[in-house]
Ligand binder design. Structure first.
Ligand code: CP
Length: 331
C-alpha cells in the first residue's frame, strides 16, 4: 500500500472551505519530526500549555467527546500508551487499546495495512508503536484517518521529542543558547534521533556521549552539520562536559536492540548518573530521561530538584492532548 489519499483527508468538514487554515493540523499524520518547523512547535506548545492550565483548573473537559482513539502497540509501553489514553479520556473521548497483539488478528498473520484499515472503521485517530523503522509511514499511507507514530523501531519517536522540547521550554523558558548533552545509547535510541532534529531548529550546542558502538548515527550528525549545529562527540562523560550542560539527557542501553548479548553486557552500565555526577553541574541544569530506566540514573538522583524526568512524563500528557485535539480539528 503506498499513496492512496482520499480527497477530503486534509480538510475539516466542520469548517467552511475558506476557514481550513483555522484548523491547520486537521487530519494530519504525525510520523516524523523532519518536516516540522519552529513555527509548528510554537503552535503545538501553545496548545499544550493551554491543556496544562485546563487540566489544573478542571481536570477533564469534553473537547473530543464522541471521538475514539485506537492505541495499537506492537512493542511494550507504559508512558506513551497510558499518556495517550489519559489524554483522550481527559478530553472526553474514549480508547480502544490493542496492546496484546498476540490476542488480536495480528497473530493470525494480518498485515499492518489491513489492521489499520480495520481500526479506522471504528475509530477517529490511530496511535501506533511498531518494532520496524518506517511502519508508521506504511500505516499512514494505508489510512484515511490520522496516524500518530508512537515509536517505529530505532527510527523516530516524534511525540516523545515534542514532549522533551516542551519540558525544556517549561523548565528553562528557552532553547536558544543551551548546551544539551545526550548520554547512553545514541545509535538505537529513537528518542534522541527525533530530539536532535528538533533541537536543530534552535541555536543549541549538542554533546553526544556514548560508547563507540552506540554513537549517534553519522547521517544525523551530517544532517545537523548542514544546518550549522555545533556538535561534539565523547566516549566519556567528563567533568567539563557536565559543568557546561544545561540539559543532561540520559538514555537506556536497550537490551532488545542487541543481537549479541555479550555486547549488551559490556556496554549496559557504561554511564551511571549518581548524585556525585551532579556535584559541579549548574544549579539550573535539568536531568531528563525518556524512561524506562535500568541502572543509568541511580534513585538517589530523584530527590535532586534538577531531576526533571518525572515532570517530563507529565508534560507528555499535555503535549499528547494538544496533538489529539489538533489532528481531530479541535485546536
Ligand atoms: N518514553 C517512552 O516511550 O516510554 P514507554 O516505552 O514506556 O512508552
Amino acid at each position: 500500500m503506498t499513496s492512496f489519499v482520499p480527497p477530503l483527508r486534509k480538510t475539516n468538514p466542520h469548517l467552511p472551505f475558506g476557514d481550513q487554515r483555522t484548523a491547520p493540523w486537521y487530519g494530519h499524520d504525525i510520523i516524523s519530526v523532519k518536516e516540522m518547523s519552529r513555527k509548528d512547535l510554537e503552535y503545538i506548545f501553545g496548545v499544550a500549555h493551554e491543556m496544562r492550565e485546563m487540566v489544573a483548573r478542571v481536570g477533564s473537559f469534553d473537547l473530543l467527546k464522541g471521538k475514539i482513539l485506537a492505541n495499537l502497540f506492537y512493542e511494550p509501553s507504559t508512558r506513551t500508551s497510558s499518556s495517550f489514553t489519559s489524554a483522550m479520556e481527559r478530553l472526553g473521548g474514549s480508547v480502544i487499546p490493542i496492546n496484546e497483539v498476540h490476542y488480536s488478528s495480528v497473530a493470525k498473520g494480518e498485515s499492518l495495512p489491513d489492521t489499520i484499515r480495520t481500526l479506522e472503521c471504528y475509530t477517529d485517530v490511530i496511535v501506533l508503536r511498531h518494532p520496524e523503522v518506517g511502519a508508521a509511514k506504511i500505516a499512514a499511507d494505508a489510512a484515511r484517518k490520522p496516524v500518530i507514530n508512537a515509536g517505529d523501531g530505532i527510527g523516530e519517536h516524534p511525540t516523545q521529542a515534542l514532549l522533551d522540547m516542551f519540558t525544556i521550554l517549561e523548565e528553562l523558558h528557552t532553547v536558544d543558547g543551551l548546551t544539551v548533552t545526550m548520554v547512553g545509547d545514541l545509535k538505537f535510541g529513537r528518542t534522541v534521533h527525533s530530539l536532535s532534529r528538533l533541537l536543530s531548529l534552535y541555536g543549541v550546542k549538542i554533546n553526544y556521549v556514548a560508547p563507540e558502538i552506540l554513537r549517534m548515527p553519522a547521517e544525523i550528525i551530517t544532517e545537523l552539520d548542514e544546518k550549522g549545529v555545533s556538535q561534539a562527540q565523547y566516549d566519556v562523560l567528563t567533568e567539563e562536559v557536565i559543568q557546561s550542560s544545561d540539559v543532561l539527557y540520559v538514555t537506556r542501553v536497550q537490551r532488545e536492540r542487541f543481537k549479541d548479548t555479550a555486547e549488551y553486557e559490556k556496554t549496559k552500565d557504561a554511564f551511571i548518573i549518581s548524585p556525585d555526577t551532579l556535584t559541579h553541574a549548574k544549579d539550573k541544569m535539568i536531568v531528563m530521561h525518556p524512561f524506562p530506566r535500568v541502572n543509568e540514573i541511580t534513585p538517589g538522583v530523584d530527590e535532586d530538584p534538577r531531576a526533571a524526568y518525572f515532570r517530563q512524563m507529565e508534560y507528555g500528557l499535555y503535549v499528547r492532548m494538544a496533538l489529539l485535539a489538533m489532528v481531530l480539528g479541535k485546536a
